[in-house]
Design a binder for this molecule. Structure first.
Ligand code: PNS
Length: 161
């Protein structure tokens, strides 16, 4: 049984992430979507909120998805959970430098865990969580970037701060 992990901050979940999740479920027998806890990055949503959003939005995709949070090194989480591949999405060339660093470091730490890259759908190539937050803060239309549920959560969050 091939268990894969799609790790990330998911702050917030976008249609770009959902595309990768949906396609990764066709490659892995079981896909774990791993939300990083304790990131140095300042986040809009707490990890509990990000978990809840993912659980809500991934509910209809496929039954072989598990949504979890993880802390510490990703490769340690992989070893502890029998995970053989890490899935990451690639959009523009600018992602490459960041991704090759992470993938190379992870391979050095755990040569038995493979990283697989999936190209994002062309309509999502420019979609990122940080741009979604920026557009939302200035009251722009994010309806083509995130599911309605996420959009509602962002609006609530922004109006409460
Ligand atoms: O969505 P992101 O922020 O680009 O995801 C980055 C993530 C979570 C994949 C990366 O930061 C990570 O794996 N962090 C866990 C700590 C770790 O293993 N660090 C060494 C490899 S970067």
């Amino acid at each position: 049984m091939r268990i894969g992990i799609y790790p990330g901050s998911f702050d917030p979940l976008t249609y770009g992430h959902l595309d990768i999740i949906e396609r990764a479920t066709r490659i892995c027998d079981k896909l774990i979507v791993g939300v990083l806890v304790n990131s140095a990055k300042k986040s809009l949503f707490t990890f509990e909120e990000r978990l809840e959003i993912l659980k809500h939005c991934c509910g209809e995709i496929n039954s072989n998805i598990e949504i979890v949070s993880f802390g510490g090194l990703l490769v340690d989480f992989c070893r502890d959970n029998n995970i053989s591949c890490i899935i990451r999405g690639l959009r523009a060339v600018s992602d490459f430098e960041y991704e090759i660093t992470i993938a190379s470091l992870n391979r050095r730490l755990a040569p038995d865990v493979e990283t697989l890259f999936l190209m994002g759908k062309d309509e999502n190539l420019f979609v990122s969580s940080s741009l979604v937050k920026e557009v939302a803060i200035y009251n722009g239309d994010i309806s083509t970037l995130v599911p309605p549920y996420v959009s509602g959560k962002i609006r609530q969050k922004i109006s409460s701060v």
